[in-house]
Design a protein around this ligand. Structure first.
Ligand code: KG4
Ligand code: ZN
Length: 334
């Protein structure tokens, strides 16, 4: 069964064809990074307009890469929540149009659950049951995942998402946009022990997160208590040390909570997903910690960590099999 997936929840226009929920036949992601770079963040209205321009070329290219015509796909799966409303609407409208014109079933996919599912793409790994940690620009959530469609929320961020903290700290350090990858690169040349940023564990079981405090701590460390200093007053090494120390603190909190969740639920597999799962230090530290604790650690390849439509098509297959088919009333939800 071939599913055409569409994802446009934020600033990437993406389409993919995935066979039987696993085999990625063609996947295309059009990035809007250059468009938003000069604003230092995603401008929602510009993102929606760019989706309008990119949608048909991206669909055409993904089908071409998969070597199949649109008439040959069995269903259309689209991310309809959560995300920027204008951006989501573009993908949902394209998907509804295709489903209606072609007479194919339509499936609405949750973006965060699709990030968990990414680990199943292009292979035969069976992660379930697992603790899944989804860390992205908009979300930081821990789930007990019993299957592709069964996720119990164990913890989440009470303020900023981890990726948002990476992006804001990068802005404080005046690093190039997008911030997460800039911190990752710079941190490799820094000393992670140079500055101590406090680690926090929130919630009764320590499974919730809070990242706004560390962001503010970095702000005062870099700019001084009256915020009069500029990041440019710091040497390259000082900046690299702040980047490495901040990153280490965030990674410590993420890894500790994931391990606590696995222990509390007696689960032996941890799955990582979302854009921040592309972070080299998080990948390495989670793998080390899991090896030490005799846990299985599953992390998708980089291309399936950041936003992509293959994860939507993959999860869409399971929704379709479960009969969870949407109609043309499917709504985009922010
Ligand atoms: O999943 P994603 O592509 O979009 C959302 O659903 O939000 O995640 C984007 C986030 C951004 O905050 C970006 O800075 C972060 O993922 N990110 C990284 C890295 N690559 C992307 N953060 C840290 N290190 C990275 N290498
Ligand atoms: Zn995402």
């Amino acid at each position: 069964m071939k599913i055409l997936g569409i994802e446009s929840s934020c600033d990437e226009t993406s389409a993919a064809v995935v066979e039987d929920g696993r085999r990625v036949l063609g996947s295309v992601v059009a990035s809007q990074v250059d468009l938003h770079a000069r604003y230092g963040g995603v401008v929602p209205e510009l993102a929606s307009r760019a989706h309008v321009e990119c949608m048909i070329p991206v669909l055409t290219e993904a089908l071409g890469a998969a070597g199949c015509s649109v008439a040959e796909v069995d269903a259309i799966a689209v991310v309809n929540t959560p995300g920027l409303i204008g951006s989501l609407l573009m993908g949902v409208t394209a998907a509804k149009t295709l489903a209606w014109v072609l007479g194919k079933p339509l499936v609405g996919v949750n973006h965060i659950r699709a990030h968990v599912y990414s680990v199943c793409l292009d292979g035969d790994v069976e992660p379930w049951p697992c603790v899944s940690l989804v860390v992205s620009g908009g979300h930081t959530s821990l789930f007990h995942s019993a299957g592709p469609l069964e996720h119990e929320l164990l913890g989440r961020t009470l303020d900023d998402a981890a990726g948002e903290a990476f992006d804001k700290v990068a802005a404080i350090l005046e690093l190039p946009y997008p911030g997460g990858p800039s911190i990752d690169r710079l941190a490799r040349q820094g000393n992670a022990k140079a500055v101590h940023f406090k680690r926090t564990a929130v919630g009764d079981e320590g499974l919730d997160f809070s990242f706004s405090g560390i962001k503010t701590a970095v702000l005062y460390h870099v700019r001084g208590h009256d915020l009069s200093r500029r990041a440019s007053a710091l040497s390259f090494q000082e900046k690299a040390d702040v980047a490495a120390s901040f990153q280490e603190a965030v990674v410590d909190m993420l890894v500790a909570s994931a391990l606590r969740a696995a222990d509390a639920r007696a689960i032996d597999t941890i799955v990582l997903g979302g854009g921040v799962a592309a972070n080299s230090r998080l990948r390495a530290r989670l793998q080390e910690a899991c090896a030490r604790e005799n846990l299985r650690c599953l992390i998708p390849p980089l291309e399936y960590c950041t936003d992509n439509a293959a994860m939507a098509a993959g999860l869409g297959y399971h929704l379709l099999k479960a009969g969870r088919i949407a109609d043309l009333h499917l709504e985009a939800k922010a």
